[in-house]
Design a protein around this ligand. Structure first.
Ligand code: SAH
Length: 216
C-alpha cells in the first residue's frame, strides 16, 4: 500500500481538527500531516485511519489516538537530532512522527510480533529508527543519556530506572496511573538528583507491563 491523494486530504482535515483541539506545535502538526497513518494499520481499516481515535492493532494493543500522539510529541519539545527513547513501539506510528521531526529514535517493544512488524513498516517508509525487542522498564542505558523519553503505555508510577537515563535538561513524558485513567506527566531532569514534575491532563493507555512476549 502507498500514500494516496485521498489519505493526504484526510490528513489535512485531521491536522485542522488537532489545531482546534489546542495543538499548536507546528513541527508536530507537519509530521502528522506527512506520516501516512493508514500504513500502520490493516488495509481493511483505512476508513478509521484519519479519525481522531485510538484503534486496535494485533496482540491486544492499540495505535494511539492522533491527539494523544500530538500531545506527547509536543510535551517532549523535540529538537532536530535529539536522542529520544520510546517505550512501547506498538505500530511504530509514534516513532515515525518523532523520526519525521528529525529526532534520533530508539524504540522498545515487549511483543515480538509488533517489534518485527513495526520495523518493516518504518523501513518501507524510509525512516531510520533503532528497534529493540525487550522490556522497556530497563531502558537502554548503553545508548543514553537521552534528551527525551516517551512512554506510550500506562505506568503505575514513574519508572526510576528511566529517569536516570535522561540528560540534565531532558524530559520524560509518561501517562501515570492505573487502568481506568492516567495523568500525562512530564518529569524534567534539572540536575544530577533534581527533577521537576508537571501534569497535563487525563488519558487512557494500555498498561506498561514487565517482561517480554515471544509470540512470533
Ligand atoms: N506508540 C504506539 C502505541 C502502542 S500501545 C503506536 O504509536 O502505535 C503501547 C505499547 O506498549 C504496546 O505495544 C505494548 O505492548 C507496549 N508495552 C507495554 N509495556 C511495555 C514494556 N514494559 N516494554 C516495552 N513495550 C511495552
Amino acid at each position: 500500500m502507498t500514500d494516496t491523494f485521498e489519505a493526504k486530504g484526510k490528513r489535512k482535515i485531521l491536522v485542522a481538527e488537532l489545531r482546534q483541539k489546542g495543538i499548536n506545535d507546528e513541527e508536530v502538526l507537519r509530521a502528522i500531516d506527512t506520516v501516512p497513518r493508514h500504513l500502520f494499520m490493516d488495509a481493511a481499516f483505512f476508513s478509521h485511519a484519519y479519525v481522531d481515535k485510538a484503534f486496535p492493532i494485533t496482540s491486544g494493543q492499540t495505535i494511539s489516538q492522533p491527539y494523544t500522539v500530538a500531545v506527547q510529541s509536543s510535551l517532549l519539545k523535540v529538537k532536530k537530532r535529539d536522542k529520544i527513547l520510546e517505550i512501547g513501539t506498538g505500530s511504530g506510528y509514534q516513532a515515525a512522527i518523532l523520526a519525521e521531526m528529525g529526532a534520533k529514535v530508539y524504540t522498545i517493544e515487549r511483543f515480538r510480533d509488533l517489534f518485527i512488524k513495526a520495523q518493516r513498516t518504518l523501513n518501507s517508509l524510509g525512516y531510520s529508527v533503532d528497534f529493540f525487542y525487550g522490556d522497556g522498564y530497563e531502558g537502554k542505558a548503553q545508548y543514553g543519556p537521552f534528551d527525551g523519553i516517551i512512554i506510550t503505555a500506562a505506568a503505575p508510577e514513574i519508572p526510576m530506572t528511566l529517569i536516570r537515563q535522561l540528560k540534565t535538561g531532558g524530559r520524560l513524558v509518561v501517562p501515570v496511573g492505573n487502568s481506568g485513567s492516567q495523568v500525562m506527566t512530564v518529569v524534567e531532569r534539572t540536575g544530577e538528583e533534581s527533577f521537576i514534575n508537571s501534569e497535563h491532563g487525563n488519558f487512557i493507555f494500555v498498561p506498561m507491563l514487565k517482561g517480554i512476549v515471544n509470540n512470533n
